[in-house]
Design a protein around this ligand. Structure first.
Ligand code: DQA
Length: 371
């Protein structure tokens, strides 16, 4: 079984009491326990370590290269200064994920610079202690299924992770549009588990990134990116049947793309934000819609106003992030929508490939594409 190292740097021993408004109330020992549980659910093991000393962190990284498949590293303030840790990460050549509990990009200017970033395989920040779980998940996914990274435009977010089925030609291509209220700290890593699941089931999967609020996104740049990425995938050889699966805010983008992209595809919304007027009224995610669309949202940014043909809409009745009424209203407005409301399902279950919620989606795609 693969082992990963979760390594914490200076001052993280004080988690739980240190600036709880920024770092929360979870202690380091609770976090270490949680990491072990997350690892077990991913079928791997973790060791945990913490040090306040730069040299000790470097020694631990060196040792990990012989014993571990990868490292989840929160180097604390060394992130912003330590070229020595950068060099250690580079030297050990096992994948290292950078993690920060807080939203470093929206704090002091000096925290916005990571000298470790270029040596790491990715960074997760601003998702609280849950960020360690996402980071571990990403390392396991990297190991599980190789990706081919494609670019569809010049900016840094214009990337697509393509995963091809191992044997026969693909049944269809499925494009994933991640959610996260269009905010920069949420990225395509959230969709990897289900993308791998569909690759294993014989689909070509394309997990897209796009510019978000804070990385040059907004309206309509974000939709332009999603449309550009879908067109790019549609031009790939060997595939002529498509679905675009959007989760949460990604569902708004998938539905809007159905209106503007010159390629026929089945849009699929999972826990989708589909009624933008309601989203403003509800103040979803502390004003996320206003941050994305501006104070006066344009009418044509709502899937309710888009011209969408056949679509699949799935929502959990226990979703506490995006009210189920979004999908009910959308389904009622379009007779071509197949609507599935799942009792007791929340917002994130769709992203877990072992969940019954995801299984509903898999079955629907199999029917649709005659698999
Ligand atoms: C931190 C952010 C760093 O800027 C800070 O120095 C830390 C913790 C985080 O987890 O948010 O010690 O890495």
């Amino acid at each position: 079984m693969d082992r990963y190292l979760v390594l914490n740097g200076p001052n993280l021993n004080l988690l739980g009491t240190r600036n709880p408004a920024v770092y929360g109330t979870t202690t380091l020992s609770d976090l270490d326990d949680a990491c072990r549980d997350w690892a077990a659910s991913l079928g791997v093991e973790v060791d945990t370590a913490q040090s306040n000393h730069e040299g000790a962190l470097i020694d631990l990284l060196h040792q990990a290269r012989l014993t571990h498949a990868g490292v989840v590293l929160n180097a604390g303030a060394y992130t912003h200064t330590s070229y020595a840790i950068h060099d250690a990460i580079e030297a050990i050549s096992i994948p290292t994920m950078e993690v920060h509990i807080s939203n470093v990009v929206e704090r002091d200017a000096w925290r916005q610079i990571s000298v470790l970033g270029p040596a790491c395989v990715g960074a997760i920040y601003g998702r609280g202690v849950d960020g360690y779980r996402w980071a571990l998940r990403h390392l396991v996914h990297r190991q599980e299924w190789p990706v081919e990274v494609m670019r569809y435009a010049d900016h840094p977010d214009a990337t697509i992770d393509v995963r091809r089925p191992r044997d026969d030609p693909p049944h269809a291509a499925v494009i994933f549009v991640h959610g996260g209220f269009w905010r920069h700290m949420w990225t395509k890593d959230t969709m990897e588990g289900i993308a791998i699941d569909l690759a294993r089931r014989g689909y070509l999967t394309a997990n897209i990134e796009y510019r978000r609020v804070g990385t040059g996104g907004g309206w309509p740049a974000t939709l332009d990116d999603v449309a550009g990425a879908i067109s790019h995938v549609a031009a790939l050889e060997d595939v002529d049947r498509f679905a675009v699966i959007g989760h949460s805010a990604g569902a708004q983008l998938a539905m809007m793309a159905a209106d503007v992209v010159d390629v026929a595809f089945l849009p699929v919304a999972l826990g989708g934000i589909l009624d933008m007027t309601a989203a403003v009224r509800e103040g979803l995610d502390a004003g996320a819609v206003a941050a994305f669309l501006g104070e006066t949202p344009p009418e044509d940014a709502s899937p309710l106003t888009a011209s969408v043909g056949p679509a699949l809409v799935v929502h959990g009745s226990a979703d506490d992030r995006v009210p189920v009424s979004h999908s009910r209203t959308f389904a009622a407005s379009n007779p071509q929508v197949e609507y599935l409301e799942l009792a007791d399902v929340g917002h994130f279950e769709f992203l877990e490939r072992s969940s019954t919620a995801w299984n509903h989606v898999v079955n629907h795609l199999a029917q649709r594409f005659g698999v």
